[in-house]
Design a protein around this ligand. Structure first.
Ligand code: GLN
Length: 472
């Protein structure tokens, strides 16, 4: 029996290399677990039927000694990452029957490395949400407590990993969609530097914010995946060329900054705050200097995000017209096909954001909303750059509370949006951030701390993350 609960990529790689078990046996162990658990959790939208064949192909890489660290590693993908010949729906009815005609660049890399793609996972529709309840294909549940949400929008990928139904999973981040579910499901989640991983073949939500982001049970797993996937891609105009991928931080982390005024907002769970203080204490004991920093502009991050993101959503989603992709409604004329397809194909949250985005980009309001938000974004980036002159990393709780109940916040979009209050600065500024498990509440819900670093300083995050895992 393979113990899937504690398995890491490194251990699996060692055992596969030594022949303790075969790729087929490892993959079968995950398929068995999916069969046993996913009826309750609903992490997967689809488990592919060719995985055992792929397992044999990966096994051959061990035989001919071309195996990489990811060869034979069973992974799962958020439903907005394209895999040639497979469905990708972004959790939306409008893409119900859409089959991808090419591989996303990150998928090409995973396939080349010999990773086994088990299937695609549930998500909030078009990655809009913080709970995986807005999917057109049902709700995903948190494996720690089935009455609670796994977080979102990459909730399916988080639940698959936390439920031992994959060994590594990919999500995407526009504003916390990997760090927040990582926090709710006791996982490590990395939001890489904007432009580090290719966005080619990812169904876009907000192009200037989106980034493919890995989940792992341990920092070392996330580091392996990041190292494998973070490369320049000529297919993506926002991919950063290799020679410009220079860490903007100093080598070696000594000082960690805490933006105190950012943590005093309403609605932060006292258990979260207390756990965060305990984490800071541990970091202090481990030899890091913990200093208070003042970055008052951070409190406008979420507001800026909720202007910029819908603006980008409204333009990105205009391509789904009932003609080019997936779902199409009957209509008397072309206009009716458009309006009916969009009206019936998009869910409520997607429609809300298309309307908001169209509004902030409209002639009379562009300056007042969209331009203003861009200015705030620029100021946030600048303030963070300045802060990183004083400190090596910035720490905050990952989310304002542990996982909430299914059904909660669904009638109150603003309460839902507030889940990402600590996530927004990193996406707006394009800097990397790592969410790490930091303990549990008394009733067994995971809690999490996040560290932000300067552009391309992921290594600093991994260094502190690995240290933090040992001092827990
Ligand atoms: N909660 C954020 C939103 O709803 C998450 C977006 C994301 O990171 N994909 O916009």
């Amino acid at each position: 029996m393979i113990d899937l609960t504690t398995l890491t990529i490194e251990t699996a790689h060692k055992e596969l290399t030594n022949g303790t078990y075969t790729v087929r046996e490892l993959v079968q162990a995950y398929l068995d677990e999916i069969k046993k658990r996913d009826g309750d959790v609903h992490a997967y939208l689809e488990v592919y039927d060719d995985v055992l064949k792929e397992a044999d192909r990966a096994q051959a890489m061990f035989t001919d000694k071309t195996a990489t660290l990811l060869t034979g590693i069973p992974c799962a993908l958020k439903d907005n990452i394209l895999v040639e010949g497979k469905h990708a729906s972004a959790g939306s009815k409008i893409l119900e029957k859409y089959t991808s005609v090419y591989d996303a660049t990150v998928i090409k890399a995973l396939k080349k490395a010999g990773a086994i793609i088990l299937g695609r996972t549930n998500m909030d529709e078009f990655a809009m949400g913080s709970s995986t309840q807005t999917s057109a294909y049902g709700v995903t549940r948190n494996p720690y407590d089935l009455s609670r949400v796994p977080g979102g929008s990459s909730g399916g990928s988080a639940a698959a990993l936390a439920g031992n139904m994959a060994l590594m999973t990919l999500g995407t981040e526009t504003c916390g969609s990997v760090r927040q579910p990582a926090s709710f499901c006791g996982l490590v989640g990395l939001k890489p530097t904007y432009g580090a991983l290719s966005r080619h073949g990812i169904i876009a939500m907000g192009n200037s914010l989106d980034q493919v982001s890995p989940f792992g049970k341990k920092v070392s797993d996330v580091e392996i995946v990041h190292t494998m996937l973070a490369h320049y891609d000529p297919e993506d105009a926002t991919s950063v060329p290799e020679n410009l991928r220079v860490p903007q931080g100093r080598p070696g982390v000594k000082k960690i900054g805490v933006p105190r005024s950012f943590l005093t907002g309403e609605g932060i769970d006292p258990r979260t705050l207390q756990n965060f203080e305990q984490s800071l204490e541990k970091l202090k004991n481990a030899g890091y200097a913990i200093v208070d920093i003042d970055v008052p502009i951070l409190k406008y991050s979420l507001a800026a995000y909720y202007v910029i993101m819908p603006a980008e959503v409204s333009t990105n989603l205009s391509r789904f017209d009932g003609i080019r992709y997936g779902f199409s409604a009957e209509g008397k004329n072309l206009m009716e096909v458009y309006t009916k397809s969009r009206g019936q194909g998009f869910g409520k949250e997607a429609r809300r954001r298309i309307l908001l985005g169209t509004y902030v980009l409209s002639h009379g309001y562009y300056d007042a909303y969209y331009m203003k938000a861009l200015e705030v974004r620029e100021q946030i980036s600048r303030a963070l750059r300045d802060a990183f002159k004083e400190v090596d990393l910035i720490a905050t709780p990952t989310t304002p509370s542990p996982a909430f109940k299914i059904g909660e916040k669904m009638d109150d979009p603003v309460a839902m949006y507030l889940c990402d209050v600590f996530a927004a600065p990193a996406n707006l500024a394009g800097i990397p951030a790592l969410a790490l498990p930091s303990g549990m509440t008394e009733d067994g819900l995971p809690l999490s701390i996040q560290f932000m670093a300067p552009h391309f300083s992921e290594q600093a995050l991994f260094e502190v993350g690995k240290k933090f895992e040992t001092i827990r």
